[in-house]
Write a protein that binds this ligand. Structure first.
Ligand code: NAD
Length: 494
């Protein structure tokens, strides 16, 4: 075991779970237990929320520049420990070494952008009919619960909590049970070292067995005012329903079924590279992965042949080795889901053009031809290394096929005609769209998020500041407002 008996971080202390239990964390590449982590309970979540509530007045009252300095320091620590974290990402989440390098690099950028956001909690001064000083101010929510997934645990946890902290909230983070260390414990270590005061940032890890009760506390506790959730649409819906019933602010980043639209005038090499990277980076386990390649009939045969040739070059194997960009899936449940979707597609007439097999969690990168809209693989999120190719007749048909989805996260459009590319981007019902790139693209300071079944609200940028603050209207009366005479102590004329 690489790391043992890791505890919760509550109120600035490393503590055992209330029930005293730990749960095992498996390494996807070896299948062996790699670590054991405290199995938090409702009581632990409650204690963490209470610690955050107590820490809130001092943290929100601290100057924005002091908060920014601390958050910058986390970025420095992350960069200094990047190599160590890359090892953890490989062991704990089965990440390819190149993905680990990208993830640590990007995550430090999340802290830089969050530190900058601390300086941008801007308000407005409005004109007033009565000559009042009329202010719109933004204030932190209070205690924010952050729930994150396993696929990019460092990026998606930090994106959930760093801007929230920067603008003055206190946080309880619950990382995925698959990646409690990369998604949670390493941040507690870094924030402690950076000098974040006790209680401002707390981490409660727990197993799948306890997630319902811990999750319930993280949403329903009256001290919690905001929720940031990144994960599946099914769980996101439950969380949104619960938070909505309690009228709590909720930002949800959920699943996707993103399209790459390859138009007839596409640069072929660019299109093939975008489809290959977008479909197979991190084995397709990215919310913005290309999950439907929609290609114009005029170039479909040439494009598909080239995509198959390029995909066949991808190496499957030990993710620690740089040439092996296809490593293990996160767990057997994911492997079973992907297998079921591929088998269903084949049973309904799809053709496996390359790949299609798996050895345990190692799933070959797969290109499927003759895919139609009635197949599960067209509609359901796959989250695996499968590129279903769908043929379209012209631009309008391609747009119509792309929009035939409940999801709406991101999209890519490949065309030599930039104006048409931008026009198509505007027609797609997604939160994000990238012309001459694939759907997999993100930067720490942009408004990231989806529509429809892909979520609600935005992380990042000015919109991310809005997510983690409340707008208030405050006025100062300077004597110009006249109440009607009957309400006055000394009405005029008496
Ligand atoms: P998941 O929904 O199973 O789990 C996400 C988080 O929710 C985990 O921390 C999990 O422990 C927690 N959770 C599960 N049940 C809960 C409950 N009842 N109450 C509270 N918390 C609960 O998702 P996953 O398998 O970890 O991640 C994969 C999914 O996440 C995919 O659908 C993917 O598309 C999505 N995702 C979305 C984005 C985005 O930005 N839109 C990014 C990454 C992943």
């Amino acid at each position: 075991m690489a790391t043992e008996n890791r505890n919760l971080f509550v109120g600035g202390n490393w503590t055992d779970a209330a029930g005293g239990k730990q749960f095992p964390v498996y390494s996807p590449a070896s299948g062996e237990v790699w670590s054991s982590v405290a199995d938090g309970t409702r009581a632990d979540a409650r204690a963490a929320i209470e610690a955050a509530r107590e820490a809130y007045p001092a943290w929100s009252g601290m100057s924005h520049s002091q908060r920014a300095r601390i958050i910058h320091k986390v970025g420095d620590i992350l960069e200094a420990r990047a190599k160590e974290f890359q090892e953890i990402l490989i062991d704990e989440s089965g990440s390819w070494v190149g993905k680990g390098m990208f993830e640590t690099y990007y995550s430090s950028g999340v802290f830089r952008a969050a530190a900058a956001a601390a300086y941008q909690v801007n308000g407005e001064i409005l004109p007033s009919e009565y000559g009042k000083l009329s202010l719109v101010v933004r204030e932190p929510l209070g205690v924010v619960s952050v729930i994150s997934p396993w696929n990019f645990p460092m990026i998606l946890s930090s994106r959930g909590f760093a801007p929230a902290l920067a603008v003055g909230n206190c946080v309880v983070l619950k990382p995925s049970e698959e990646t409690p260390i990369a998604g949670g414990i390493v941040f507690a270590e870094m924030l402690e070292e950076a000098g974040v005061p006790p209680g401002v940032f707390n981490v409660v890890t727990c197993s799948r067995d306890n997630v319902a009760e811990v999750g319930d506390e993280l949403i329903s506790n009256p001290a919690v005012q905001g929720v940031s959730f990144t994960g599946s649409t099914a769980v996101g819906r439950q969380i949104a329903a619960q938070a909505g019933g309690l009228l709590k602010k909720c930002c949800l980043e959920l699943g996707g079924k993103d399209a790459l639209v390859v138009l007839a005038d596409a640069d072929m090499e660019r299109a093939v590279n975008a489809a290959t990277f977008g479909s197979f980076m991190h084995n397709g386990q990215i919310c913005m992965s290309v999950e439907r390649v929609i290609v114009d009939r005029a170039i479909a045969d040439e494009f598909t042949d080239k995509l198959v040739a390029n995909t066949s070059k991808l190496n499957v194997g030990d993710p620690r080795e740089l040439p092996n960009c296809i490593g293990p899936l996160i767990n057997q449940k994911q492997a079973d889901k992907i297998r079921a979707q591929v088998d269903d597609a084949v049973a309904q007439g799809a053709e496996v053009l390359c790949g299609g097999g798996n050895d345990g969690l190692f799933f070959e990168p797969t290109v499927l031809g003759s895919v139609t809209r009635d197949m599960r693989i067209f509609r359901e999120e796959t989250f695996g290394p499968v590129a279903p190719v769908i043929v379209a007749d012209g631009v309008d048909d391609a747009v119509e096929i792309a929009n035939d989805s409940d999801y709406g996260l991101s999209a890519g459009i490949i065309t030599r005609d930039e104006e048409r590319g931008l026009a198509v981007a505007r027609q797609l019902r997604t939160g994000m769209a990238h012309v001459n790139d694939c759907s997999v693209h993100d930067e720490p300071h942009v408004p990231f998020g989806g529509i429809g079944a892909s979520g609600l609200g935005r992380h990042g940028g000015r919109q991310g500041i809005d997510t983690f603050t409340e707008t208030r209207w405050i006025t100062l009366e300077r004597g110009a407002r006249q109440y009607p005479p009957p309400f006055l102590m000394n009405p005029p004329g008496q």
